[in-house]
Design a protein around this ligand. Structure first.
Ligand code: SF4
Length: 461
């Protein structure tokens, strides 16, 4: 996202809220997913111990990240994998491009990878004349709509089935007005099958990478990562460097937590292990930093690197559910995205930690026990200290601080406010006041609490 078209979370949420029916349906659908997660979690008596264990394993990973990464690299090379390191998004994209160019290819398939969204890989490759087809159904839908995903697990959750029917009619030639999900899925399957069979390069993401063995695991419900990787001559796996876990046995902990937290399923339909290239195939892994080392060096925020991208914090968040993923203007939306994004660019994403009620529901559901709402609160303090609060807020806070420091001024201001609200409410209740737009202003009391207390204390003596 660029600054030229900058719109804050609040501005984008206002646009999303113009369609009230969509907001209600979006809210209810995600709450339904959250309830599925609850039922799945409650079926496992040791759920809380699993969360504790996962959090502890990730603590260990973050404290020894360098060693685990080096061990993973050594094992992967021994397995015949070509390992690349990328310091940032630009390097990641350049590495992908160099591999693709070496093979003289100008089109490829890609399964869901939030890292490649974070690096804006599709746009970069398209500028180089290389076509990327997203093969996850939800991702393909948003790609056809020329939109980014709005949710990391359910990329097109903001779209109604009728809109998808229209998109497929326009791009895939399905009959106009047919919005039957089964029919549309079958049409997408036919459309994608031809892509799978004809593309020689496939990109996948990585859910977990095992330091002990150099293997990695990709979880999908559609099997599209497997189709892409198994049919292609070249498989490129793009991986944020925090995806490391120490040993294969730890997969049991994370795989049990991931999908139950994401969709309420006991396990993803496909949890595919990749260790070495099949004969004649090239397998590349790109290990990407892109700000992760910086986040690791921030004591208050390093825990955010434990995230396994289940999106449970999205589904439970009252702000996300009613503002939509695009309002976050970053690849990873929701509560965790609001912690990760300011690390990449404080100025650009200064609004995001404020897009929360701090109710703590996100921290309650997080399978790796990230203290999400505490970190959002801490980011607010950092952003204000670093001068990234909006000017209006800065002036208002300075004015409040001055008024609250002088009791006599506070009393006068209180009287003036009560008089204005009772005799000239339009001075406050107007469209310039963002609070008034969505709230009933309270009934004005006849006196301040101080006046009431002084009077009643005298009376009761
Ligand atoms: S922060 Fe926790 S709940 Fe949110 S996506 Fe990451 S692992 Fe899931």
């Amino acid at each position: 996202m660029t600054n030229t078209a900058y719109q804050s979370h609040a501005e984008r949420a206002t646009i999303f809220n113009e369609d009230e029916a969509r907001v209600n349906w979006h809210d209810e659908t995600l709450w339904w997913v959250r309830q599925k997660r609850d039922r799945a979690a409650h079926l496992i008596p040791e759920w809380e111990s699993l969360r504790e264990l996962a959090s502890g394993i990730k603590d260990n990973v973050l404290s020894n990240l360098h060693d685990y990464l080096v061990s993973f690299e050594e094992q992967a090379i021994q397995n015949g994998v070509q390992v690349h390191w990328a310091a940032d998004a630009a390097e990641h994209n350049a590495i992908v491009l160099s591999i693709v160019k070496r093979h003289g290819v100008n089109r490829m398939v890609k399964s869901k990878s939030m890292l490649t969204e974070e690096c804006h890989l599709n746009a970069f490759l398209s500028e180089q004349g290389i076509e990327v087809i997203d093969t996850d159904l939800g991702e393909r839908i948003v790609q056809l709509a020329e939109e980014p995903p709005s949710h990391i697990v359910l990329p097109c959750i903001h779209k109604k089935k009728e809109e998808i029917g229209d998109l497929f009619h326009e791009h895939l030639g399905t009959p106009a007005g047919n919005a039957d999900p089964q029919f549309l899925t079958a049409a997408a399957r036919l459309h994608l099958r031809e892509k799978f069979l004809t593309r020689r390069v496939a990109i996948t993401g990585v859910n977990f990478a095992v330091a002990e063995t150099g293997e990695f695991v990709v979880c999908t419900n559609e099997g599209n990562a497997d189709m892409g990787a198994h049919l292609a001559d070249v498989h490129i796996a793009c991986m944020g460097m925090e995806k490391i876990i120490p040993q294969r046995r730890h997969l049991g902990v994370f795989l049990r937590l991931l999908t139950r937290s994401a969709t309420g399923q006991p396990i993803t339909t496909y949890s595919s292990h990749f260790r070495k290239p099949r004969p004649g195939q090239e397998l590349h892994i790109i290990l990407v930093d892109n700000g992760r080392s910086r986040q690791l060096g921030r004591p208050d925020f390093r825990n955010s690197l434990k995230c396994i991208r289940c999106a449970a914090c999205f589904n439970t968040c009252p702000v996300y559910r009613r503002s939509g993923g695009h309002s976050y203007h970053t690849a990873i939306a929701g509560p965790i995205g609001s912690i990760l994004a300011p690390n990449l660019d404080m100025k650009e994403y200064a609004d995001l930690p404020f897009a929360s009620t701090l109710c703590g529901s996100c921290s309650n559901v997080c399978p790796v026990k990230i203290d999400i709402h505490d970190q959002l609160y801490k980011w607010r303090q950092v952003l204000v200290q670093e001068g990234h609060a909006p000017l209006v807020k800065k002036v208002a806070m300075a004015g409040m601080a001055f008024t609250l420091s002088l009791p006599s001024l506070y009393k006068i201001a209180g009287k003036a406010a009560r008089w204005t609200l009772s005799h000239a409410p339009f001075a406050v209740n107007n469209k310039l006041n963002p609070w008034y737009k969505n709230r009933e202003m309270p009934q004005v009391p006849a006196s301040s609490f101080g006046e009431w207390y002084a009077k009643n204390r005298t009376k009761n003596k």
